[in-house]
Design a protein around this ligand. Structure first.
Ligand code: SF4
Length: 734
């Protein structure tokens, strides 16, 4: 028996837990938290223990495949790339390159080479329109960060380990471990706040697992977070609680914010938000008077019709109360290795310009280069110049995760070319003509690229491969090759190594390092070489010998349990990249959206509205083919308050029919007072009952797709982010 122990980072979520992986005779036999890990100190969740099951999953695609009709044929890589070349070149010849588009899925941000090389793919291919999961996730936060700080990924995060008062809005770290927030053992930190005499308040339509652990749960009507936050701002000015602290000299627009909030008194918004005015006043006072306090807003504050206003106001409230860029407030992470997402964006050099182009069919103006992902279906199935004829999907499953899912599912069959870079034959990739599998997490190195931008400590570890993938190409090679094909290069002429040298050299130069020095100093190719550059030119790097004792990739190879450079430090002056080097607290395009919010405050909803949710054992649609994660109690249920269940004529365990203007699903009812009255909840990421997939476990636990209920026209028009929370629905017995 041959046994070995490996230390690695879990790549599944922002907690980035350090794991100890036991391998015996070529199989993972045990995964537990690495107690010596400098960052997570032994913590892990059930998903982390499933990495072995994911790797050994017999359904995982390991060999490229070509589809003819309903039949898939396994082929070698040369044949697969030749087919991609034939398909892409054919579309370019018949329709031009403008007929090609791509969809980038959320796992890209968690993958060692996809995250680093998707930018090269976009740069090489120069596709006219790129779709991503970002517009069903965090696009409002990207927009407000670009407006306030000049960088779409410069997103301040709550300094949870040092705060004494933490408000969580629209987030459930008990299930997600934190999102746009990287903090190991987040519930342990939550308990720590309470243990040191602090307070945790959760504002959410549902009494989540996080709310259960908090001091106070305040139910709020979905989509009214911005009204609540405007009322907080109103109270701050009315009661003279504004104090800008150390960043006062950087802030403009305070008087404009004061004026904008004048009409949003707590009394005025209490009926709409269903939060009593005295509670709004008390929470505001408590927050403002606590020296170390942080307000955090996440998915529920983004995926709604006022996502930008809510996301902006989260930062405004922190800034107005002196809880910005200071320990215990919201701060910017300081990655040990700079990430590709932190590079200056030339598109933002003159500030945020919206609407540089519009979507072809609905005429929706772009925001930060993207229109709603729900546009993809109509851009495929509507004839005319610019119609999408070829689609490349990168680690994504938009048939499950995008609003208007049914139309997209049908539209994908109309494509002349669909190529999917994915490890699963799922609801989306079943439509592909060519399926190109990447490597499993255990077959590739790991070092997070984007997530440390909102990590509460500057800590990292390097993970080497555990299982040899042989001569299978890694995702970065596949992406580079596909990008070059979209640019018009033929497969036989593509020199991946040469393109990579050019990419690497340009990044080295941007960091002030002579490319020849970096090329000689960081041997190899691909993301490993790039990671060495990222560390060596990072804040603690050795700058290729200029800084004695500075860090390089080798430093991490020598430290299997990671390196920790300490907690976040104030660094807004270093980060700020707005054209005038200042923070405009009242961007005109945001203020211009306030009349829409004012109209919402005047409107009261009578019927039920739908929100989405996530479970600790689930992660979008990725993990549903792992039996140890989906076994037990059915988690894809309709949560409904007892009063609403009575009114709808359904009881616990019944099958209910849930309808919106977009569609209808039938699902088992789970009656619970964890929902506030008037709000029902479905989890997202389910609906695995489609024919032609290869996900045998997920099929047995299919659930229903909540995006069948999401209307494509229900979105935040400022950011283009989908509104999957607050959808009016009707519930009746099935
Ligand atoms: S919390 Fe779970 S899924 Fe997230 S990194 Fe840790 S083990 Fe992985």
């Amino acid at each position: 028996m041959k046994s070995s122990t490996h230390f690695r980072t879990c790549p599944l979520c922002e907690a980035m837990c350090g794991l100890e992986v036991q391998v015996t005779d070529g199989r993972v036999t045990r995964i537990r938290g690495d107690r010596e890990d400098v960052w997570s100190k032994g913590y892990l969740c059930p998903k982390g223990t499933a990495l072995g099951a994911l790797h050994h999953d017999p359904d995982r695609i390991r060999v490229p495949m070509i589809r003819t009709g309903d039949q898939w044929e396994e082929v070698d890589w040369a044949t697969a790339f030749a087919k991609c070349d034939e398909l892409i070149a054919g579309v370019i010849e018949r329709h031009s390159k403008d007929a090609i588009s791509c969809y980038i899925g959320n796992p890209t941000a968690h993958n060692f080479s996809l995250g680093r090389y998707v930018g090269l793919f976009i740069g090489l291919s120069q596709l006219p329109v790129v779709y991503s999961a970002g517009t069903v996730d965090q696009w409002p936060k990207n927009l407000t960060s670009a407006l306030l700080y000049g960088g779409m990924w410069s997103i301040p995060t709550p300094d949870v380990p040092r705060t004494d008062y933490w408000i969580v809005m629209g987030g459930n770290p008990q299930a997600s471990q934190g999102s746009l927030l990287a903090c190991a053992d987040i519930l342990g930190e939550l308990d720590g706040i309470k243990a040191r005499g602090g307070k945790v308040v959760v504002i959410d339509p549902r009494r989540t697992g996080t709310a259960d652990r908090a001091d106070e749960w305040i139910p709020i009507v979905p989509g009214t977070d911005a009204a609540f936050l405007m009322a907080m701002v109103n109270v701050l000015f009315e009661e003279d609680l504004v104090q800008l602290g150390d960043v006062a000299d950087l802030i403009d627009g305070v008087d404009a914010v004061r004026a904008a909030a004048a009409d949003f008194s707590p009394e005025h918004v209490e009926q709409t938000t269903r939060i009593p005015a005295d509670v709004i006043r008390r929470i505001t006072r408590e927050f403002a008077s606590t020296p170390r306090a942080a307000l955090y807003g996440r998915i529920g504050t983004c995926n709604q019709e006022f996502g930008t206003l809510a996301s902006w106001l989260v930062d405004v409230v922190n800034i107005l109360t002196g809880h910005f860029d200071t320990p215990g407030g919201i701060m910017f992470g300081k990655p040990i290795a700079w990430g590709v997402g932190s590079l200056p964006n030339p598109e933002l050099a003159d500030g945020v310009q919206l609407g540089k182009w519009k979507s072809r069919v609905r005429g929706i103006p772009e925001v930060l280069g993207q229109v709603p992902v729900s546009c993809m279906a109509e851009e495929i199935d509507t004839p005319g110049p610019g119609q999408i004829k070829a689609l490349i999907t990168i680690a994504g499953n938009p048939v499950i995760s995008a609003p208007g899912a049914a139309r997209l599912d049908a539209a994908l069959d109309e494509l002349e070319c669909m190529i999917s870079l994915d490890n699963a034959l799922n609801e989306t990739t079943r439509h592909a003509h060519v399926l190109l599998p990447g490597l499993s997490a255990l077959e590739q190195p790991h070092f997070d690229d984007l997530i440390p931008m909102w990590q509460v400590r500057s800590a990292a570890r390097f993970t080497d491969v555990i299982f040899d993938a042989g001569d299978r190409p890694a995702e970065w090679e596949i992406l580079t090759r596909l990008g070059a094909m979209c640019a018009g290069m033929r497969d036989a002429d593509i020199d991946v190594a040469m393109l990579d040298d050019g990419f690497f050299g340009a990044l080295a130069e941007a960091q002030g390092v002579e490319p020849s020095v970096a090329l000689a100093g960081s041997p190899g190719i691909g993301p490993l070489r790039l990671l060495d550059l990222q560390i060596r030119t990072g804040p603690w790097g050795d700058r290729y010998g200029d800084v004695p004792d500075g860090l390089s990739l080798q430093s991490f190879r020598d430290a299997p349990h990671g390196i920790d450079q300490g907690p976040m430090v104030p660094r807004v002056r270093e980060i700020l990249a707005t054209p005038d080097g200042r923070i405009d607290l009242a961007p005109a395009i945001v203020l211009a959206d306030l009349p829409r919010l004012a109209a919402r405050v005047e409107r009261t909803e009578d019927g039920l509205v739908l929100t989405s949710r996530r479970h600790l054992r689930s992660n979008n649609s990725w993990m549903h083919n792992v039996s140890i994660l989906v076994k037990g109690k059915d988690r894809c249920t309709l949560l409904i308050h007892p009063d609403d269940a009575t009114a709808a004529g359904v009881t616990h365990g019944d099958l209910a029919r849930v309808s919106s203007e977009a569609g209808t699903v039938e699902i088992a009812v789970e009656v619970s007072d964890e929902m506030m009255p008037g709000v029902v909840s479905l989890p997202h990421g389910w609906g695995h009952d489609k024919a032609g997939t290869r996900m045998s476990v997920a099929r047995e636990h299919a659930g229903v797709n909540n995006n069948l209920l999401a209307p494509v026209d229900f979105y935040d028009p400022l950011s283009n982010n989908a509104a999957v929370n607050g959808i009016p629905v009707e519930v009746i017995p099935a």
